[in-house]
Design a protein around this ligand. Structure first.
Ligand SMILES: [Zn+2]
Length: 242
């Protein structure tokens, strides 16, 4: 069974959760087109800001079904913001879901003048484009304006599409990427596909030699124990290049 990686992104009226409303949250699985949106606009005709508790409740439920989270600076902003909302509305803490935060991958592996997702997307020439952010929209949303909220929702959905694209480009650089497939299945840790080829030895000062492997599907590099009984037929049936 392969774990789903779900891109997520929140929009709120401010940076700090005790002084801001959560407006909407978008979710989209990697490899799929669909984007799911949970928003203040979905609960009734009153001022949307009065429905924050309903939205936070639904976001908490949704977060419980996610295998692996994917974000751009979600560890720095989105998750602390949501954690605070859980506290505010006396909800249980969010689950300890593995979280791939591509911001840190971009920051530590590339020499780019700006580390924004917009710049990384532009530089890596991905298919989707990030929409601009206008301050007046957020100000209107802060006053409960439905039209402004709708614009922010569109922006939220677009961000998920860009994030999924950027993730595919940067995936091989995610150092602590979780195993999306069983570790002993011979499948790639990053994409889950059984397309590993041997590429020489991986040697370290503390561990015995390991087999270096290269995924022919996603381009990621990884290592496996040398024990030939370990990885099963899939890995060692792959073409040996060395
Ligand atoms: Zn792969």
């Amino acid at each position: 069974m392969t774990a789903d990686i779900t891109a997520f992104d929140i929009e709120a009226t401010g940076l700090k959760a005790d002084f801001a409303f959560l407006l909407c949250v978008a979710f989209g699985d990697v490899g799929k087109k669909k984007v799911e949106l949970l928003s203040l606009s979905q609960y009734g005709d009153k001022n949307p800001l009065t429905y924050e508790e309903d939205l936070v409740n639904d976001v908490a439920k949704k977060m419980q079904d996610i295998d692996v989270l994917l974000s751009y600076y979600g560890k720095g902003y989105d998750i602390p913001f949501l954690n605070s909302k859980m506290l505010e509305y006396k909800l249980a803490p969010l689950p300890n879901t593995p979280h791939i935060d591509i911001y840190w991958t971009a920051k530590s592996n590339f020499s780019l003048s700006r580390k924004s997702m917009q710049n990384v997307a532009y530089f890596s020439q991905v298919a989707h484009e990030k929409s601009g952010v206008e301050g007046r929209l957020w100000k209107a949303a802060m006053a409960g304006n439905q039209k402004a909220l709708r614009q922010i929702e569109i922006h939220n959905i677009a961000d998920i599409e860009v994030l999924r694209d950027v993730y595919i480009e940067l995936r091989p650089y995610v150092r602590t990427h979780p195993y999306v497939n069983r570790q002993d299945s011979g499948a790639c840790r990053f994409c889950g596909v059984s397309a590993l080829q041997k590429r020489g030895l991986y040697v370290t000062h503390i561990k015995n030699d390991q087999q270096r492997v290269h995924c022919q599907n996603c381009g990621s590099w990884d290592r496996r124990p040398l024990d030939k009984t370990w990885a099963g037929k899939q890995l060692y049936a792959a073409k040996e290049s060395n």
